[in-house]
Unconditional design. Sequence first.
Length: 64
Amino acid sequence: MARKSLLLRFDERIHNELRHWASDELRSVNAQIEFLLRQAVMQRRGKDPLADSHPTEEGEELET
């Protein structure tokens, strides 16, 4: 699975809350943010974005 880097800026108080929340769940802040975003996508789309076992890159077509 390809991973993308992203620069994210937010208030220090939010970071502190995320850090504590992540620590409570034995995750890094990065993993906690990814977990929360994944849950939001599942709630919005009704499916897990990582459930597809063979995701394609943007612009790449599946071979049939």
